[in-house]
Every structure is written in C-alpha cells, then in structure tokens.
Design a protein around this ligand. Sequence first.
Ligand code: HEC
Ligand code: HEC
Length: 133
Amino acid sequence: MVLDYKIRVFTALVFFTVLGTAWVRQPVQKKRNLKVLPQDISDEMLDSIMHSFNKALGVECNFCHVPAKGFKDSLDYASDDEPMKEEARKMMTMVIDINKKYFWYDKKQRPEYLKTVTCMHCHRGEPYPEVNH
Ligand code: HEC
Ligand code: HEC
C-alpha cells in the first residue's frame, strides 16, 4: 500500500515536471514593434523589405536602427530611438497609400507588399533624392 502510494506520488511528480517543462519551453514569439507592416509578417518578407530599403537608399541597416546596448556589432531593430526610423515609417505609409489609391491591384494582395511604386523609384540609391535639372 505504502509502495503503491509512493509510486503514485512519483508518477504525479514526473507528470507535472514534464508538463511544466513543456509549458516553459513553448516558443515565446516576441511581439514585434510594427506600426506600418502587418504584425503577422513572415521573417522572410520582413528581411526582404528591409534589404530593399538599404538598396533603394544606398545605406546600411544602422541608418534607421540604433546599436544594441551591450552587444558589439549588433542592432536593436525593435527600438525606435533612431529618429530616421519614424521618418521611414512616414515614407512607407506614403508608398502604401500611393499603390493602394492610385494604381490597380489584386485585392487578394496585401497593400503593404505592393511594388508598383517603390522606394527605389524616387531614391535610386540616395537617402536624400534630388531632381537632376
Ligand atoms: C530606411 C530605414 C530602414 C532601414 C535602412 C532598415 N530598416 Fe528595419 N525597420 C525600419 C522601420 C521603419 C521598421 C518598423 C516598421 C513598422 O513600424 O511597421 C523596421 C523594422 C525592422 C525589424 C522589426 C523589428 C521588431 O520590431 O521586431 C527588423 C528585424 C528590421 N527592421 C531589420 C532591418 C535590417 C536587418 C536592416 C538592414 C538589412 C534594416 N532593418 C534596415 C526601417 C529601416
Ligand atoms: C515619391 C518619391 C519618394 C518615394 C516613393 C520614397 N521617398 Fe523617401 N524621400 C523622398 C524625398 C524627395 C526625400 C528627401 C526629402 C528632403 O530632402 O527633405 C526623401 C527622404 C527620405 C528619408 C530621409 C528622411 C526624411 O524624411 O527626409 C528616408 C528615411 C526615406 N526617404 C525613406 C524612404 C523609404 C523607406 C521609402 C520606401 C518605403 C521611400 N523613402 C520612398 C521621396 C520619396
């Protein structure tokens, strides 16, 4: 009887330990700090859009993203401390509006991902594009 009780307690302990570990190890998907792009954006799409910004403006990621505190050579992408990031958000909103309002698009597509007009159309590798008179 005593042995049976011990086995049950032991089984219960193992059970709850496994359950607890599984709970803790749930992948914690950190919420992204996105105000213009969709929250459910894939990593690949986000990466491709960010690289298109580098190319269009002729800059590196640190043009809009501040260095991560305490980590050499890495950036804190979620931080809004670099004011240029907010400027870029305005530009993104403008481009999405242009594509949505003034051009035909397949309504199954996300307006945020349209490429009829892109940053490159104006910037052409310059952060501050000017008109060539
Ligand atoms: C021209 C400015 C600009 C450049 C250059 C840029 N980014 Fe961004 N990035 C932004 C903006 C703006 C957002 C936030 C978008 C939003 O609010 O929807 C963002 C968001 C991100 C995020 C999401 C962070 C989070 O909240 O989880 C990642 C990751 C990121 N950028 C990576 C990069 C990488 C990598 C590069 C270089 C290849 C890069 N960015 C270059 C402007 C820029
Ligand atoms: C319709 C043309 C046009 C498009 C499209 C465009 N930009 Fe710009 N952008 C400009 C001009 C012009 C300037 C320079 C403004 C100035 O000199 O004051 C500029 C400046 C900027 C700046 C510098 C900050 C500022 O506000 O002056 C950033 C960052 C920027 N653009 C990001 C982007 C990104 C990212 C995209 C694509 C999502 C984009 N732009 C698309 C015309 C455009």
